[in-house]
Design a protein around this ligand. Structure first.
Ligand SMILES: C[S@@+](CC[C@H](N)C(=O)[O-])C[C@H]1O[C@@H](n2cnc3c(N)ncnc32)[C@H](O)[C@@H]1O
Length: 250
């Protein structure tokens, strides 16, 4: 676990679409830290947000949880009674590793983390005060994104929040080109070679489909989120907080 990501170093590996399998699980923390600018800041800040908006006797959802970084951050930050953290991922390999990590962790905090394998498109969202998709929606089929946001808005209690972190694309060609260049520069400073960056980009091409900020805003408004605020941007990676229209939010 937590080995260095060298998956795209070899020129021999046949090009194939990116999947969250055993090979990825073994290097995932290293991979996401060296690929997403600000990941190590975003995760604990989601804990900070959850601490404010989590409600007693409610659920906090970590949808597309991978190895549960967000669940663990929420668990450490939230101290309300009766809170249950529901961590869902479609990758059996991710969930198996997360469950093993949780079983070995004797310092588990107040809220229990229920880690389960499943499709977030089929996961009921009920009695939720915090729902997080930290770089997950970008992997969901385009046509299914609206319905998922609608279900999340319906499942959120008044006063609850959605935290949505995504890689985005820019409407301006020039900005798209520059932000991509800067992201690749970031990856180079993290030790990735040009070859690794190019191979990973090819592998993700059919799998990770980014929306623009405008598309996210429109979709969230349609779903019933009245206020949407961007709290983080690092090149082409952003994170938003969305409040339900009828919520009283401070
Ligand atoms: C970039 S990772 C998320 C990182 C994680 N949220 C974190 O903060 O460390 C995307 C995750 O979404 C999961 N995923 C993709 N589509 C899914 C779906 N339909 N249902 C559940 N999980 C899904 C993948 O298996 C993968 O673990």
């Amino acid at each position: 676990m937590n080995r260095k990501d060298r998956l795209y170093q070899s020129e021999i590996t046949a090009p194939e679409d990116f999947v969250f399998d055993d090979r990825v699980v073994r290097v995932f923390p290293d991979m996401i830290n060296r690929s997403v600018p600000g990941y190590s800041l975003i995760v604990p800040m989601i804990g900070v947000l959850a601490r404010r908006y989590a409600q007693a006797d409610s659920r906090l959802y970590d949808l597309g949880c991978s190895l549960g970084a967000v669940s663990l951050a929420m668990q450490a930050a939230v101290h309300k009674p009766g809170v249950e953290i529901v961590a869902v991922d479609s990758s059996m390999e991710m969930i198996r590793q997360l469950q093993q990590n949780l079983a070995e962790d004797s310092d588990a905090g107040a809220g229990a983390i229920l880690a389960r394998q499943g499709d977030i498109l089929e996961t009921p969202i009920e009695n939720a005060s915090v729902v997080v998709l930290n770089f997950t929606l970008q992997f969901i089929e385009m046509e299914k994104r609206q319905e998922l946001m609608n279900r999340i808005a319906t499942g959120l209690n008044p006063g609850g929040i959605l935290v949505l972190s995504e890689k985005i694309r820019f409407d301006s060609e020039r900005e798209q080109e520059l932000q991509t260049l800067w992201h690749h520069d970031f990856k180079k400073t993290q030790g990735y070679s040009d070859l690794e960056i190019a191979r990973k980009r090819d592998a993700l091409e059919n799998v990770l489909r980014p929306d623009s900020a405008g598309q996210h805003m429109d979709r969230l408004k349609t779903a019933g989120f009245g206020q949407v605020y961007q709290w983080y941007q690092g090149f082409n990676f952003v994170s938003l907080v969305a409040f339900r229209k009828d919520g009283v939010n401070l």
